[in-house]
Design a protein around this ligand. Structure first.
Ligand code: HEM
Length: 150
């Protein structure tokens, strides 16, 4: 997993970008669609709810970095959901690069080599787990979609 120093680096840098969450998530998804325009049809036309869900989930994952069970079970749920969205293992590197790019953009001079390495490690841990659970389980219902009405 991660060292205590890496966890501190990821958490404190995340807090900085979280202060401008909409700006960060807008840059993140714009970057994905710039790097891979072919991904756009997988996503909803209106991205506002997803931007919120993404940063909220990232906050939970970053909060669980020192607690492997919570982190990995969060990634398991995401991995199963992403299988349903049509996401495949080869999509993960582009999204990882877009995430790092948007963090670098948001952090400016606070984006150091150490911070970058810690974030690369975090993304690799989460993405590898999401891919592994996707490969090992049949697509199951999306578990965090709120049920409305009777
Ligand atoms: C660390 C990696 C990732 C994280 C933390 C993440 C996070 C999320 C979250 C929180 C949601 C909202 C729905 C849910 O919770 O299931 C979501 C939806 C989605 N993500 Fe990801 N994601 C990741 C990687 C990817 C990758 C690699 C792709 C590939 C293009 C992708 C494409 C999508 C799509 C298409 C949706 C569904 C949008 C919709 O129909 O509402 N994600 N993601």
């Amino acid at each position: 997993m991660l060292t205590a120093e890496e966890i501190v680096r990821v958490r404190s840098s995340f807090d900085m970008v979280f202060a401008n969450a909409t700006d960060m998530t807008t840059a993140f998804y714009d970057r994905i669609f710039e790097l891979a325009p072919e991904f756009r049809p997988m996503f909803p036309a209106d991205m506002s709810a997803l931007k919120h869900d993404f940063i909220a989930k990232l906050a939970v994952l970053v909060g669980s970095l020192d607690e492997a069970t919570g982190l990995l079970s969060g990634a398991d749920v995401l991995g199963r959901n992403h299988l349903r969205y049509g996401v495949r293992p080869e999509h993960y590197p582009v999204v990882g690069e877009a995430l790092l790019w948007s963090l670098a953009r948001g952090l400016g001079p606070h984006w150091t080599d150490e911070v970058e390495q810690a974030w690369r490690k975090v993304y690799a841990i989460i993405a590898e787990r999401m891919i592994a659970i996707g490969a090992s389980s049949p697509a199951s219902p999306i578990t965090n979609t709120p049920r409305l009405g009777p």
